[in-house]
Design a protein around this ligand. Structure first.
Ligand SMILES: [Zn+2]
Length: 218
């Protein structure tokens, strides 16, 4: 296992929930980082499905490294796909962070932050501390100006063909204040004013990812 690598983190905020930086989970250096325009109008909730839920710091740091390896080596993405993750230990884990374009929801990365609730939440709900930290992390993003105060919260399945974030967790987030039932499918992205015309052309099939480097990469 590689040792800790120096990573520039300018977000040394103090949070009112436990926060684990990239260097603390021994993240690899990203192969590619592109800027995310903020404040973002959307927050996308994911589950990891695999790795399974982690209940202590050691397990969760390992889960972060596993996901980063899967995304960088398996998918050939620039870094772990998510902007943040939250463990069943109640800790928030820094992924790409507030400033970097994520790779978590195709066609939707440039208008959203992606948060992975680590575990398989098809049948079971995450423990309360994991849900509370997820809410606190989003609130911190609003407070810091990285998430629009009137942001919309959605599940990954609303913008792509996936069961993510699992039926149980998806039912839970539908009770959260900022949950939005729209978009309900990838086709709805064509109606969203926040999605650029270039991305809409890709969705319509009139352009290819090759035309748009950042989409292809993520
Ligand atoms: Zn997902």
């Amino acid at each position: 296992m590689p040792g800790p690598l120096p990573v520039c983190t300018d977000d040394l905020h103090s949070y009112n929930f436990p926060f684990v930086t990239r260097s603390e989970w021994h993240a690899r250096v990203p192969k590619l980082t592109l800027p995310l325009p903020t404040p973002v109008p959307y927050v996308v909730i994911h589950h990891s499905y695999s790795p399974a839920a982690c209940v202590n710091g050691e397990q969760c740091r390992r889960a972060m490294r596993t996901m980063q390896d899967m995304h960088m080596d398996g998918q050939n993405w620039g870094d772990i796909g998510y902007n943040f993750a939250v463990g069943s230990d109640g800790m928030a884990y820094e992924g790409r962070g507030w400033h970097a374009l994520g790779a978590h929801a195709l066609h939707f990365n440039s208008v959203s932050l992606g948060i992975c609730v680590i575990g398989d939440w098809r049948h079971d709900l995450p423990p309360e501390n994991q849900l509370e930290t997820t809410k606190s992390l989003i609130a911190a993003g609003v407070e810091l100006g990285y998430i629009s105060p009137d942001y919309k919260l959605i599940g990954h399945r609303q913008v792509g063909p996936t069961e993510c974030p699992g039926d149980a967790l998806y039912g839970e987030i539908q009770t959260w204040k900022h949950y939005s039932p729209h978009p309900a499918s990838c086709e709805d992205l064509l109606d969203l004013k926040e999605i650029s015309e270039k991305v809409k052309e890709v969705i319509r099939g009139n352009a290819t990812y090759d035309d748009y480097y950042f989409i292809k990469k993520d």
